[in-house]
Design a protein around this ligand. Sequence first.
Ligand SMILES: [Zn+2]
Length: 233
Amino acid sequence: MAEGQGIWRYIGSGMPDHTDHEPSSEWFPQRVTPGNFLDYWTGLDARYWPRLAMYWLSAGYGSDDLRWLSRVSERDADEVTTERMVSVLRSLGVAIELPAEFLARCSRAITRIQPDLDATGFGQYRLQARNATSGNGGLPAVYAALPDGSWWSSGSAMTQDMDDAVLLLTAAESVSDTLVEVLHVFWPTCAEHGGPPMTLERNGGDAGPVWSCQRGSHVAAPLGRLTRAHVER
Ligand SMILES: [Zn+2]
């Protein structure tokens, strides 16, 4: 099919007027492949997925799920769930599940946060590493989840490119995010200054990370040394 006709014309035409998630014409759809789709996930509104599916079909990819997606009308595209998109990606051979070794690394990082939860009176919240394959419009990644599997992604995704130090800080953010967003528990908030929740930060040199109060601009305690006295209850 020649450029300017049929599907090619359809793909290239009619980008909506400005939206918050308008894909850039520089990379959409030509640069978005099944293999790198996850990199674009958060910037690519569901309404564009059928158009992308048509493009992938024309580029030689094929599966029943992909053909189904390509037939979804523009009007109904908003209703396509992330679970369905994950299914499409899987059908094209995209690995959604992160390696078990990486999940174990995340689990170890989260385990290092738990003693501070326990010591400050929040021990009933036992967090675990969860490979979230979809949800909240976010891309598959590992988050700190509650025992029932609920979790929150808001920029604190644990990803494989992180070294252990960054992974630990991100795990702490994810623990805090999940408690706040799922349970409306703000943790850990400074006993002296209140919220927002303190953040785990590098302490420089060889010293381990520390819990830091943003509002009061001070360090509360090293990781694993938080006590009830440090934290608002
Ligand atoms: Zn403080």
